[in-house]
Design a binder for this molecule. Structure first.
Ligand code: PLP
Length: 372
């Protein structure tokens, strides 16, 4: 057998994630591996925490990157906060709300599902009704930026509602962090998770999470053990907890963490608000071009995510053929529809380093060439 080194083709990633990885991040990840308890590595972990505080706009002590993809961040929130018998309101307006429901059920919780049409944001009125009908509810969980549809829900309003009923909130910010306004402390978010591969433009495989004091106290008051050893925060914190007493929990993905550190340094250099503005500007440019081609967005303008543009596949266009021609001829990846929207929409991502004028132009000209 003589299998050779793998050299991936050069692509432009404008799907639902991963996004194009910034060259500075790739360069950072190629630096020498050191030990996960090396004092220099521990200094880097402290910096990482400060950078995550900035990205999430929080001072939460319990803020760290879980050593696994966004799904593990999701599972970390549910596994630590939900105990058997707990009632959780899960808002579903796309694929990822459905995964939250699965998580609650696997933790032994009872789900009250609040459904909205795919492509619409979560409706706070429906959540208010569910809270009234289920006063025993402990947690309200929802997705900020639904990657499967491109809809943005109102975190601040939903969190306020949940707190009025004495509940905690769990927020999925996998696609929103770094791309859309997100203010964890100001909006009173109790537990939140994200992913490295979307608007942070890092490689996939890490999931920043943050828990406020109320969430920490809820975890401390648990009467049952967290059923996942790897995701049990009381154990993970022996490593990520800070101070001098860090102990081995698992071997950290050292080079991946160099990458996330660099991604967060880039975000800090650009400035959060500038990053949000850049995503919005690129979305406006893409939208103008798509609409000039006669293409339609499926999400109402007020709830549209700049970083995930979901457009209806025009009549007569062959979904798979268009996407594979874009890939073969232009090296351009756009996303297919997921779940109920499979075959009905394309998802064009403008995430992180991919949210650039060069990419907008490539996408518009390539799509136009393929569609006409
Ligand atoms: N939540 C949302 C909103 C997502 O878009 C994704 C991934 O696309 C996930 C969760 C899961 O993240 P990962 O694929 O990194 O496990």
């Amino acid at each position: 057998m003589s299998i050779r080194s793998f050299h991936p083709p050069v692509r432009t990633l404008m799907g639902p994630g991963p996004s194009d990885v910034h060259p500075r991040i790739l360069e950072a990840m190629a630096r020498p591996t050191i030990g996960h308890l090396d004092p220099r590595f521990i200094d880097m972990m402290d910096e990482m925490k400060a950078l995550l505080h900035y990205a999430f706009q929080t001072q939460n002590e319990l803020t760290l990157p879980v050593s696994a993809p966004g799904s593990a961040g999701m599972e970390t929130c549910f596994a630590n906060l939900v105990e058997p018998g707990d009632t959780v309101i899960v808002c579903q307006n796309g694929v990822f709300g459905g995964r939250m429901k699965e998580n609650v059920e696997r933790c032994g919780g009872k789900v009250v599902l609040v459904e909205d049409e795919w492509g619409m944001p979560v409706d706070p009125n429906k959540v208010a009704e569910a809270l009234k009908a289920h006063p025993e509810t402990k947690i309200v969980a929802f997705v900020h930026a639904e990657t499967s549809t491109g809809a943005c829900s109102d975190v601040e309003t939903l969190a306020r509602l949940a707190h009025e009923h004495g509940c905690l909130v769990i927020v999925d910010a996998v696609t929103s962090l770094g791309g859309s306004p997100l203010k964890v402390d100001e909006w009173n978010v109790d537990a939140i998770y994200s992913g490295s591969q979307k608007c942070l433009s890092c490689t996939p495989g890490l999931s920043p999470v943050s828990f406020n004091q109320r969430a920490v106290e809820t975890i401390q008051k648990r009467t049952s053990k967290v059923q996942s050893w790897f995701l049990d925060l009381s154990l993970v914190m022996n490593y990520w907890g800070g101070g001098t007493k860090r102990a081995y929990h698992h071997t950290a993905p050292i080079n991946a963490l160099y990458g996330l550190h660099e991604a967060l340094v880039l975000l800090q250099e650009e400035g959060l608000e500038n990053a949000w503005r850049r995503h919005q500007n690129m979305h406006a440019a893409l939208k103008a071009g798509l609409e000039a081609m006669g293409l339609h967005f499926i999400v109402p303008a007020a709830a549209r995510l700049p970083q995930l543009n979901a457009i209806a596949i025009p009549e007569g266009a062959d979904d798979i053929q268009v996407r594979s021609t874009l890939l073969k001829r232009y090296g351009l990846e756009i996303g297919a529809g997921l779940g109920a929207l499979a075959g009905r929409i394309w998802r064009i991502g403008l995430m992180g380093y991919s949210a650039s004028p060069k990419n907008v132009l490539l996408c518009l000209s390539a799509l136009e060439a393929v569609l006409t």
